[in-house]
Write a protein that binds this ligand. Structure first.
Ligand code: ATP
Ligand code: MG
Length: 504
């Protein structure tokens, strides 16, 4: 395969529509080799769509793509790759073959592309070439390992290595850091800097502004399918970027809450779960937002799942309003008054082929059924439409299929579904992962409102600022254990981080 060595990439007047949605309107975008370019905008602004156009995923856009000033006809993935364009999408699993080795995943596409006529695949050479790329990237993963045995961060590295094998000139990373820990993110950044010094142009999509300011040279801000600003990133500050994205000022990152905290309502004692959760005790008062802090991998997700009856191996006792609960399944948890907004929302939280309204009301059907079958659909629709407005879910209407929404808007649907359930205890596992700053605020507001209604909230997050921002009390987990309990107004981010890393 020949890859053109263009050093300038331009997209001009790009427009594209899907049934009921004008996703992009006359968008101009340009970047160059050796630059790291931030692409930012609220959920549904059109970032992923613009990059999919560049990757040749859609044939029906209008506008032009130019490489070094010359028209590049990009209407298929193959044409995009011939121009040296590679994209690492957020759903890394779908892009890799789980039961093949790291080496095969890195090299097979290239091998197939390079083949002319009948050909043997030289397996030894394949692993050597893959090894050389990984070494150059400073990634320590054996090329003989199976993809299914890798962590998410490692899978991402394999995808980047594959792009390098394909000799990419421009690499798009669509929200690469959302699922990564701090150390993994730092490793990714070292790699981005290395690729940059090799002359690769990188387009970096992320909702984490501090990261963009750290790693990017230029920035393009989009809003509602249009270009708003393009500049060198150092010419803008955090506040200005947010205002351009939202088209309005954000009044404070976190809501001001009037706290009315009651009696202990929920209690868990001696929770164990197959080594990932060890002897955890916790309690939540009525109207209290309790944070669950800890690094990625500390056991927060496992604890949330254990409390929700979603883990087979878990043991321990739980009490709600003084009554002992028997919870062996999520179904029993919901019936007992416990709701969980899971972290793995795409896998566990939503039916992508169903309508937004079906998804939003899926967990609370009993609430609508009591109205009788005729009335229920009206009540269901009303509830769905209200939740769409409350969370600012960007969708043409409540009938649209979830798979056609942007990544962040799919997250909001998964959250909305559980907010419609009438529970006593709401457990949130990383609810703001992958959502834009405006939507984050909407989610904080809703969490605060639930607390104001006397609900018990357990809020698990690896964003430490959220702990001091919205919680009343914080439990810190480290290596499966609850190692510290802190009053939110008497602690700070440094202290929480210190305990999260096992310090003291
Ligand atoms: N295949 C499709 N069919 C219908 N609508 C689509 C399709 N792809 C994208 N859209 C719509 O285009 C708009 C832009 O979506 P896009 O995924 O590009 O947003 P985004 O900026 O990447 O958002 P996020 O930060 O949430 O990932 C959204 O309103 C989305 O619903
Ligand atoms: Mg997206």
């Amino acid at each position: 395969m020949t890859v053109s060595a263009a050093s300038r990439l331009e997209m001009k007047q790009i427009s594209i529509a899907f049934p009921g949605v004008k996703a992009l309107t006359d968008v101009d975008f340009h970047t160059a080799a050796g630059r790291v370019h931030a692409l930012i905008g609220a959920n549904g602004a059109g970032k992923s769509t613009l990059m999919k156009v560049l990757a040749g995923a859609y044939g029906h856009y209008t506008g032009h793509i130019l490489m070094d000033g010359k028209e590049a006809r990009i209407r298929s993935p193959k044409e995009a790759k011939q121009h040296g364009i590679q994209v690492v999408y957020q759903e890394v699993d779908t892009a890799l073959i789980a039961n093949l080795t790291v080496g095969e995943n890195i090299m097979l596409e290239k091998t197939v592309h390079d083949m002319t006529g009948r050909h043997w695949v030289r397996w030894k050479g394949l692993h050597q070439s893959a090894q050389a790329i990984l070494e150059r990237m400073n990634v320590k993963v054996s090329t003989r390992k199976l993809i299914q045995d890798l962590t998410l961060a490692e899978k991402q590295m394999v995808l980047i290595a594959r792009s390098v094998a394909m000799k990419c000139r421009f690499l798009v990373l669509d929200e690469p850091t959302a699922p990564l820990s701090k150390t993994e993110t730092e490793q990714l950044f070292r790699l981005v800097r290395l690729l940059k010094s090799d002359g690769v142009g990188i387009i970096f999509i992320s909702h984490r502004l501090p990261e963009l300011f750290e790693i990017c040279d230029d920035i393009t801000i989009m809003r509602d399918g249009r270009l708003v600003v393009r500049d060198e990133i150092r010419k803008l500050d955090h506040q200005q970027v947010v205002e351009h994205m939202l088209g309005a000022k954000l009044d404070g990152q976190f809501p001001c809450r009037k706290r009315e905290i009651g009696e202990i309502c929920f209690e868990a004692r001696g929770i164990h779960d197959s080594g990932k959760v060890n002897d955890v005790d916790l309690h939540i008062r009525r109207g209290e937002i309790v944070g669950l802090a800890g690094l990625v991998g500390a056991g927060k997700t496992e604890l949330c799942r254990a409390l929700f009856g979603a883990s087979r191996a878990s043991t321990g006792d739980m009490y709600l309003n003084g009554r002992k609960l028997r919870i062996k399944s999520p179904h029993q948890a919901v019936r007992s008054g416990i709701a969980l907004v899971p972290e793995e929302r795409r896998r566990e939280g939503i039916f992508v082929d169903e309508a937004v309204s079906v998804n939003l009301t899926a967990a609370s059907l009993s609430r609508f059924a009591k109205w009788g079958s005729w009335l229920s659909s009206a009540a269901e629709k009303k509830a769905a439409v209200e939740m769409i407005a409350n969370l600012g879910i960007k969708t043409p209407n409540e009938q649209a299929k979830v798979k056609n929404l942007s990544g962040g808007n799919q997250q909001k649907v998964a959250i909305g579904k559980w907010l419609l359930v009438d529970a006593d205890v709401y457990i949130f596992d990383e609810p703001t992962k992958g959502v834009d700053v405006g939507a984050k605020r909407d989610i904080y507001d809703l969490v605060a409102e639930l607390a104001a209604r006397g609900k018990c909230i357990l809020y698990a997050s690896s964003e430490i600022s959220e702990m001091t921002g919205i919680t009343d009390r914080v439990y810190v987990m480290y290596d499966g254990r609850m190692i510290k309990e802190l009053e939110s107004d008497k602690t700070n981010e440094e202290e929480i981080l210190l305990y999260s890393t096992g310090g003291l």
